[in-house]
Design a protein around this ligand. Sequence first.
Ligand SMILES: [Mg+2]
Length: 217
Amino acid sequence: MSLKLAYAIVGFDFDSTLSRLEGIDELGVRSGMGQQMAELTHSAMNGQVALESVYGQRLALIRPDTAAIAWLAERYIAESVPGVEALFEQLLAQNKTVHIISGGIRQAILPMARKLGLPDENVHAVELYFAPDGSYRGFDADSPLARSGGKADVCRTINPNGFDMVMVGDGQTDLESKQAGASFIGFGGVVNRLAVRQGADYFFEGDSLTPLMDLIH
Ligand SMILES: [Mg+2]
């Protein structure tokens, strides 16, 4: 892969890519179930089990309410990966179409996405449902992002004309975007996974996203 890439559409994973956190793991720690959550997330991200088999299981254990989601939204911003703001500023100034494609909780991701200048419709993640008192009611089980292979489906949906697209992420589910014809850049600066490193068209580590400013043109 060339180090100078011309892409019209840039997709980003969110957890452990734009923010250092795994949101559902954070909610697990907050609710005293950190170890269980981390083990379930880890097995899905390494491709050992299908995402859909752990997605609802994790949320059913935590039952995050609106206060928990507001807390997570702040934590995401506080733990954003260095360089993300300048990177987004550059990509948007270059008139790239930028999307966040995440298996995380959409309401928790939106505040940071707005801060980065993305319109809400470019944030693809899983909606939670709440009761009027703010308690957890469930999640959008029909979302493709709550199952394995879903990121490839979203890539096809947002890019029906097959423009050159690149996806950036840390997980096995991000790698699946290649099935939709996207190039894939692996980021190992938060979590470094061998399978992702091996499957990526390009892979980088380090504590910031700044190298992408030279990679994506
Ligand atoms: Mg991730």
